[in-house]
Design a protein around this ligand. Sequence first.
Ligand SMILES: [Zn+2]
Length: 177
Amino acid sequence: MSRRQDRLPVQVDPYRLAEQGREYDGELPLRQMKRLLPLLATETGVAAVSLRFGVDEMGVHYLHGTIQADLSVACQRCLEAMRFPAEIDLSLGFVGSTAEADRLPGDHEPYIVESVPVMLADIIEDELLLALPQIPMHDLEECPAQDYVEPEEEQDKAGQDNPFQVLADLKKTPDKD
Ligand SMILES: [Zn+2]
């Protein structure tokens, strides 16, 4: 008998699911993720998740698994949509406080459970938010705005037009009497 389920629960008690060794496969629509949405260029698509709750030999209640999502974010150079495939390996250990997080044994990332139940989608969304690049940008050769930036970047390389250098030069200029 498999305990794997295809329907994701909405609200969960992570400690209880861990003790029950529950496993889930499923999909979460991105448009439900209200914190993630403002960072996305398109809100279509899903996060495909495969989750395995359990308790390890140290007594850590954990969530292992994977999250995969084909996200679309705005390139900060050209502001056009770019694909960002998120592939996340989950290894979370549930704790009740930051103090407990500091003492978490093993190599689990602590996930602080402030109150039970937890929205399962919040855990997934947190991980996607962490995976997003701070400043998403196309590779330069793929960016539609490359023609506008290249000269500037070349100048930087040559050490020209450094604003601090300009200031230094101004200070050196002697005052005329
Ligand atoms: Zn771009």
